[in-house]
Structure formats: C-alpha cells, structure tokens
Design a protein around this ligand. Structure first.
Ligand code: ZN
Length: 79
C-alpha cells in the first residue's frame, strides 16, 4: 500500500502563527477575554509565572493574544 501525503498539502490557518506571547495575570486575561475581540492561547513553553505586563502587580502565565480583526474585511456589511 502506498501512503499518500495529502495531509502535508493541507495548510490549516493558524491565527497564532508568528504571534508573540506576553505575561498576563488572571485579571487582565479576563479583561481581554471579555472584549471578545481577541483569540487567546496559553504558551505552555513557559512554565514559570512572571509579573503581568499590563498591571505590573499580579503574576501570571504567558499567553498569545491575537486580535480577531487582524484580517482585513471583505466588503461592507451594508449590502
Ligand atoms: Zn495584570
């Protein structure tokens, strides 16, 4: 049986590709989540906690944060 490599031809769009991760405490993470405008993914490569980049008070983990509106809109929604 020949093995086909169809899977390698398929590229799934990864919104987190090339995204930078930064430190977010639980509170600031919630703020981001509550807006609904961002995709958030924990960066599991960083296992230690550090001071939150935004409030500089609490400690948290590393997260990738990507704006959902990063891609340009196609056409207006008026029509
Ligand atoms: Zn914070």
């Amino acid at each position: 049986m020949k093995q086909q490599k169809n899977q390698s031809n398929r590229r799934r769009y990864d919104p987190f590709k090339g995204a930078q991760s930064f430190n977010l405490c639980g509170r600031c993470l919630d703020d981001y989540r509550s807006t609904g405008s961002y995709l958030i993914r924990r960066n599991y490569e960083v296992e230690y906690t550090d001071t939150c980049l935004f409030c500089n008070v609490r400690r948290g983990f590393e997260y990738f944060v990507v704006s959902r509106n990063a891609k340009p809109k196609q056409g207006d929604s008026n029509e």
